[in-house]
Design a protein around this ligand. Structure first.
Ligand code: SAH
Ligand code: SF4
Ligand code: F3S
Length: 464
């Protein structure tokens, strides 16, 4: 039996897809890269904005179309955050879907797939199967988080491209930012045991991996007991660094209110911990932050970054912003622009607010308090322009410098006419993207590149 997995959404989903591929591999299924060849087609979905859900529904429609066209009886499964949040909506809009499985039920997916395939083999109608979690029970302490889910991470067979890997350190989120679906889609926050994380890191190290990224929605609040001590993110980073020789260690995403300066100290002291911080502010106005249920002020945020830049002089900072949250005034918006100017992010993800049913902000505001689409779009473009100018200015200062680049592969615009050299893409320790010509065989190595020119998103150079 052959399976195909397509992943939408964030790194958490990428890791989940890898675990599912590993699980199915262990059960004897073969991965394929062409959906038309698959007996089982899996879509891993995101629900963070409306656009993500629409994309998922459109891909499912496409898979169903292919299934009909090819006359193949492939099983179609939906996993991920959209599956957890809206199984009824998926049943409604895509009634042909055979399996719906939430991110906290992934250990069930293998069983659901084999049941469906057996039904199909016996010429029975494949019955719809839904596995989603009741997080309300878990939040009220009636159920412990599942050991089987933990064992999926523990037993991961390390499939696929191996020189960059994710390691989950946390599941879920308890922050309930008023716009966000993640606490509903991924359940309560829980930190994985230190031993499990270190063991996974050691296994990854033995594969010759070059970069690991510790993953959590709010990694900065990582907290676990280990050998009688409380281990927070700073201590965990030290332990990870000690346990492996992987040249690059990163972590995402941090939450400003629980970020400890000890993490900056760790960055300054540990040579293989990258000087890179993804610390979303979401907005530049304290009034908006309050409505968003973010537990910090802009002053606290800026003080934290100032401290970070003092302790780690080459600290590179990435951020996220939301524009057009309900009641946002022109003055609030101006404060977000000011924050861009003050922080000078390496890069920023800037999103137009999307109402998410079931979140705290949905239903709280009158239609008049919602920001019209044209204003959202105008503010969004303005933010993008400002950020583009800043990143471009900062990138120009890189011209002439020599940087170490982890080569990730050929770039999208690879020039096919070049016989020996390809256009390669890689990243610096600060997570800056570098494009240069080189032999494709150096993919997965760390190479020195001299920067010759720069744009807002990319540095261009030549191998030294
Ligand atoms: N845990 C991370 C972010 C997870 S979601 C953090 O707290 O920073 C990724 C990003 O999507 C968020 O940082 C936010 O900027 C954006 N986002 C989340 N919900 C959104 C919504 N309803 N509309 C628009 N953007 C949203
Ligand atoms: Fe969503 Fe806020 Fe949790 Fe991030 S911290 S995942 S934005 S609820
Ligand atoms: Fe999307 Fe879920 Fe990630 S909603 S952003 S895939 S945690």
């Amino acid at each position: 039996m052959r399976f195909y997995v397509e992943t939408l959404g964030c790194q958490m989903n990428k890791l989940d897809s890898e675990l599912v591929a590993g699980l199915l591999g262990q059960l004897g299924y073969q991965p394929v890269t062409d959906v038309a060849e698959a007996d089982v087609t899996i879509l891993n979905t995101c629900s963070v904005r409306d656009h993500a859900e629409q994309k998922a529904l459109s891909r499912l429609g496409h898979f169903n179309h292919l299934r009909k066209k090819n006359g193949t009886p492939a099983i179609i499964a939906v996993m991920g955050c959209f599956a957890q949040r809206s199984p009824e909506l998926i049943r409604n809009k895509a009634p042909f879907v055979d399996i719906i499985c939430g991110p906290a039920e992934l250990h069930e997916l293998g069983r659901l797939i084999s049941q469906s395939l057996l039904q199909r083999k016996a010429d029975q109608k494949v019955s719809a199967k839904i596995a989603v979690s009741d997080f309300r029970k878990i939040r009220s302490g009636q159920e412990a988080l599942c050991d089987e889910l933990e064992s999926l991470d523990v037993q991961r067979p390390m499939v696929g491209e191996g020189f960059q890997r994710f390691v989950r350190v946390q599941r879920g989120c308890d922050n309930f930012c008023s716009y966000c679906v993640v606490p509903f889609a991924r359940g309560p926050e829980c930190s994985r045991p230190v031993d499990h994380i270190l063991e996974e890191v050691r296994r990854i190290d033995r594969t010759g991996c070059k970069e690991i990224t510790l993953l959590g929605q709010t990694v900065s609040s990582y907290c676990q007991d280990h050998q009688g001590q409380k281990v927070g993110l700073a201590e965990l980073l030290c332990l990870v660094h000690e346990s492996c020789s992987i040249p690059r260690i990163r972590f995402i995403t941090s939450y400003p209110a629980d970020f400890s300066p000890a993490i900056f100290e760790a960055m300054a002291e540990l040579p293989r911990l990258c000087p890179y911080l993804h610390l979303p502010a979401q907005h530049g106005s304290d009034r908006m932050l309050k409505l968003m249920n973010r537990r910090y002020t802009i002053k606290q945020y800026l003080d934290l970054l100032e401290q970070g830049r003092r302790i780690v002089p080459n600290l590179s900072i990435a951020g996220d912003f939301i524009v057009g949250f309900p009641t946002e005034t022109q003055d609030d918006h101006q404060q977000s622009i000011e924050l861009l100017e003050k922080v000078r992010y390496k890069n920023c993800f800037i999103f137009k607010y999307s109402i998410r049913p079931g979140t705290l902000a949905a239903g709280k505001y009158t239609p008049e308090q919602e920001i019209p689409e044209e204003i959202k779009s105008a503010r969004h473009s303005e933010m993008l322009q400002v950020q583009d100018r800043i990143a471009n200015e900062d990138n120009q200062t890189m011209v002439g410098k020599i940087v170490e680049v982890l080569v990730e592969g050929t770039s999208k615009k690879n020039r096919a006419d070049k016989q020996t050299l390809s256009q390669l893409v890689g990243r610096t320790v600060e997570d800056k993207i570098v494009i240069f010509d080189g032999l494709e065989t150096i993919t997965g190595t760390i190479t020195k590149v001299r920067i010759q020119s720069a744009s807002s998103l990319t540095l261009f150079g030549e191998v030294v």
